[in-house]
Design a binder for this molecule. Structure first.
Ligand code: HMG
Ligand code: MG
Length: 302
C-alpha cells in the first residue's frame, strides 16, 4: 500500500547549486528559493554552513539566509541548512535557523573526502551539535552518504549503514536521509536496506530517501521506498546537483519527475507542477544549460 501524502524535501538550492561551476549570484539563489516556495514546496534546504574553501559555491550562506528566512516565519516553510560541526551550528543559529542537517558517511573513504575525518571521528564531531540543537528545540536531520555504493570502496555492506544510522538515532537525530550519493542503488537493494534498518530498531517513520539519478533508477528506487512506507523523499528542482567530493555523482532525482509520478499515483504533495517547471526553466537559463529532467523537457516544449 502506498502513502496518501508524501513530503518532498527540496534540495536544489543546496545539493544542486553546491556543484555548479558557474557562480550564482546570491540574489538569484534567493529568488530561486522564493519561487520554489511559491510552487508549493514546504521544505526547502537553503544552503550550507560549511567551510567556504570546501564548497565555494555556498560561501555566501551568511548573505543568503537572511534574504529568505522570512519564508520560515510567514509561510511556515521549513528552511533547513547543512552544518557539519559546532562552528556551522553557531553560524546557523546566529541567523535564526530552526532546522539543521548533518551529513555522515557510511564509508571511511567518503568520510575522509567530505569531512576530513574517520566515520567515528565525524560521529564524535556531530554529538555536541545534536545535543545543543535539541536543547534549543532545533530540528535535526542527518544524511548518511554512500548507503549503497561508494566510488572508492564499491558496494557498501548493509551493516555499515545500519551502524551509522543507529548511532545517529541514539544521538537524538529527529530524522535520517539515506543517501545514494553516486546513484548506484536499485529497488531490491533499497528494500533490503529499509527492512534491515527496521529489524535493527530504526523506524521507517524516521527515514527519508535521497537518490541521485546516475543510472536512471531514482524513480524506481523511490517507488520501492514508498511501498516500504517511506513518506519523505528528497528531490532537486530540475534535477540539479551532484556532490563536489564524489566525482561520479550526477544530478539528484528531479522534483518534477517525482511530482509527475506521485500525481499519477494519486499521492498528494501540494506542489504546482507547472509553476515548479517554470522555476527550473528559469534557473536553467541562469545556469546556461538545460535541465536534465525528462519531465521539465516534456512540459516546457508544449
Ligand atoms: P577541517 O579542515 O578538518 O576543519 O574541515 P577543522 O575542524 O580542522 O577547522 C579548520 C578551520 O576551518 C578552522 O579555522 C575552523 O574554524 C574552520 P581556523 O581556526 O584554522 O582559522 N571551520 C569552519 N569555518 C566555517 N564554517 C564551518 C567551519 N568548520 C571549521 N562550519 C569540515 C572539516 C567539516 C569543516 C570540512 O570538511 C567541510 O566544510 N566539509 C564540507 C563538505 C561539504 O559540504 N560537502 C557537500 C555536502 S554533503 C553532500 O552533498 C551529500 C548529501 O547530498 C547526501 C548524499 O547525496 O549522499 C548531503
Ligand atoms: Mg546529495
Amino acid at each position: 500500500e502506498l502513502p496518501a501524502r508524501v513530503r518532498i524535501y527540496e534540495v536544489g538550492a543546496r545539493d544542486g547549486l553546491q556543484n555548479e561551476k558557474a557562480t550564482v549570484p546570491t540574489e538569484v539563489k534567493a529568488e530561486f528559493v522564493r519561487r520554489l516556495a511559491d510552487s508549493g514546496l514546504t521544505t526547502i534546504e537553503a544552503t550550507s554552513f560549511v567551510h567556504p574553501k570546501w564548497v565555494p559555491q555556498l560561501a555566501d550562506a551568511e548573505q543568503l539566509f537572511p534574504l529568505v528566512s522570512d519564508l520560515g516565519r510567514s509561510s511556515g516553510v521549513h528552511l533547513p541548512v547543512l552544518v557539519p560541526n559546532e562552528r556551522g551550528l553557531d553560524r546557523a543559529l546566529a541567523l535564526g535557523a530552526r532546522h539543521v542537517a548533518l551529513f555522515a558517511s557510511a564509508t571511511e573513504s567518503f568520510a575522509k573526502a567530505n569531512l576530513n575525518r574517520t566515520v567515528d571521528e565525524s560521529l564524535a564531531m556531530f554529538e555536541p551539535v545534536v545535543s545543543r540543537a535539541k536543547a534549543g528545540k532545533v530540528h535535526v536531520r542527518s544524511y548518511i552518504s554512500m548507503c549503497f555504493g561508494d566510488p572508492w570502496e564499491g558496494p557498501v555492506p548493509i551493516h555499515q549503514v545500519v551502524r551509522v544510522c543507529k548511532a545517529l538515532m541514539d544521538m537524538g537525530c529527529d530524522e535520517l536521509s539515506l543517501g545514494d550519493t553516486i546513484g548506484v542503488a536499485t529497488p531490491g537493494h533499497v528494500q533490503t536496506l529499509l527492512a534491515e534498518l527496521n529489524e535493527e530498531g530504526v523506524p521507517t517513520s524516521a527515514l527519508g530517501v535521497h537518490f541521485h539519478d546516475t543510472y536512471g533508477q531514482a524513480l524506481a528506487n523511490t517507488l520501492a521506498a514508498l511501498q516500504h512506507g517511506v513518506t519523505t523523499v528528497d528531490a532537486s528542482a530540475g534535477g540539479l546537483g551532484g556532490c563536489p567530493y564524489a566525482k561520479s555523482a550526477t544530478g539528484n532525482l528531479a522534483t518534477e519527475d517525482l511530482v509527475w509520478m506521485l500525481q499519477g499515483l494519486g499521492i498528494d504533495t501540494g506542489v504546482d507542477l507547472a509553476r515548479l517547471t517554470a522555476t527550473s526553466v528559469w534557473m536553467a537559463e541562469r545556469l546556461g544549460r538545460p535541465s536534465p529532467s525528462r519531465t521539465v523537457k516534456a512540459l516546457s516544449h508544449k
